[in-house]
Design a protein around this ligand. Structure first.
Ligand code: GUN
Length: 297
């Protein structure tokens, strides 16, 4: 029987633990604050940011939102980041990606105070993660780690395949899986668009993390029987629904769920975890700033 990994349930546990941290911080006179910055007209980005704001409210994190016209000069975004870096009530800053083409993404990420970089994308934080001394683990791979842990998936000695090499998911995911640490110690292969024989890699994988950004890219016929399949994809595809689209993952769920030992659904798998880990990083940032001991979930 294939086990369906319930990301909503695990995320609810994380949020509950985060809410306890918020209470501890309140006792110390600290209210954690997250700033979200949106410089995009993309409806999916707008939805993600508004969900993040709602999540904050639910656990008692103050949320500040800044919207910048997608055609505005990059300097406007830089100025916003500089202001947020200075604000005492803002402990975490998230600039929703992608930013418009005329804005240098790397310059944006470098500009955020690394202590407030709750995405974990600043080069200093990337370096720390790779060195095994993470300050903030990027939210999606951290959420995947929590799911593997919650479902007692053995990573030590396992063959893991990460499909996708993005800075946001693929690279940090692989780095976490190879760490000499709990939920690490996996023999990890990173596959991408130039991988010669993806099917052969997948056939040996005990754990597959699909993060290619291509709808239903991984088919069940390529998977090892009993593999744990983590689907990071959230793709909008045209469909005859009220909204005119439906969400599908990077894994063909129907075929994969016939072969996998455990699998995440889309939606309801990794997505809620990504959002929960942002709250986690935000309370961590507030606790670091004010030197308060909290018991992170
Ligand atoms: N766009 C897609 N995923 C993410 C994320 O985790 N953080 C930010 N800032 N932008 C994103």
């Amino acid at each position: 029987m294939t086990e369906v990994i319930d990301g909503e349930a695990v995320a609810a546990d994380v949020r509950s633990g985060v809410a306890d941290c918020v209470a501890t911080l309140a006792d110390a006179g600290v209210k954690p604050g997250l700033a979200t910055v949106l410089m995009s007209d993309d409806p999916a980005s707008e939805t993600y940011v508004s969900m993040k704001q709602r999540d904050c409210e639910e656990v008692g994190i103050e949320s500040v939102h800044v919207e910048i016209d997608a055609n505005a000069p990059a300097a406007e975004l830089y100025k916003t980041i500089d202001d947020l870096n200075q604000r005492e009530d803002v402990h975490g800053i998230l600039v929703q990606l992608p930013v418009p083409d005329h804005v240098d993404k790397r310059g944006v990420l470098r500009r955020i105070d690394p202590e407030k970089d709750v995405d974990g994308f600043h080069p200093e934080n990337v370096g720390r993660l790779v060195a095994g001394n993470a300050r903030y683990k990027p939210c999606t791979p951290h959420g995947v780690q929590k799911l593997l842990d919650a479902y007692d998936v053995e990573t030590e000695g396992a063959d893991a395949v990460v499909v996708g090499r993005s800075d946001i998911v693929g690279k940090p995911m692989a780095n976490l899986l190879i760490q000499k640490a709990p939920t690490g110690n996996a023999t990890t292969t990173v596959c991408h668009s130039r991988t010669e024989d993806l099917d052969a890699k997948l056939a040996d994988a005990d754990i597959v993390v699909a993060a290619a950004g291509i709808p239903e890219f991984v088919d069940g016929s390529t998977l090892k029987s009993g593999a744990t399949v983590i689907d990071v994809g959230i793709n909008r595809v045209d469909a005859d629904t009220e909204k005119g689209y439906e969400l599908v993952g990077d894994v063909d769920y129907d075929s994969a769920s016939e072969v996998a030992g455990a699998i995440t659904p889309v939606p309801g798998g990794v997505g809620p975890m990504t959002r929960a880990m942002l709250l986690y990083n935000t309370v961590k940032a507030a606790a670091r700033r004010h030197d308060v001991d909290i018991d992170l979930p």
